[in-house]
Design a protein around this ligand. Sequence first.
Ligand SMILES: [Zn+2]
Length: 203
Amino acid sequence: MWTPKVCCSKLSGVILNLIQDLLMDRVNTSIQRQSNIEFPYMPRLKLISSDNKILREKNAGVAFPLSKEVRELIDQMFFAVRKFRGVGLAASQVGKNLRLAVIDLNTLEIPPFAIINPVIKSKSFRKASMEEGCLSIPGKYAEVKRPETIKLEFFTQGGKKVKLKAEGFLARVFQHEIDHLNGIIISDKWDVKTLRDIPPEGS
Ligand SMILES: [Zn+2]
């Protein structure tokens, strides 16, 4: 996901605990594979555009413990989402049909993290509309209506199951990425009347 305006969002205690868990999980994972670390990674991933059928194909569940290939893919995706100035990136967007995505909310001071095999368990009846963009549809933004609050479950890189209630902007980012894992992109649900072009920076 990509957004031209990141709204302010208060971080609840639950989210702060999640961040602690994610940080510990990443530290532990890094220690386990210290001998394999090659930094800095140069992103070798290319973005798939919205007309590519890979974005519509079924995404397979990810097995634990993570294979070397999947661990490397996640590391590459962390660099790619930052390089492309996104806030989220699903594996299908870089040509891998797997049920995983990375989220990078550095503007909210949340460290980047992966969501693996995520499932939305419930959605609020109340919906909200906000402008969204997608790295697979560069330069296009439109309002998308989504449930305001969701409950979801996902696995961290270390295989820890996280149960979370998310609201506001964070709930939106999770829903955008989980849509990708189900073959759905924002052009399926955006309000075309609100569509506008913002050329990508540097172009
Ligand atoms: Zn997207």
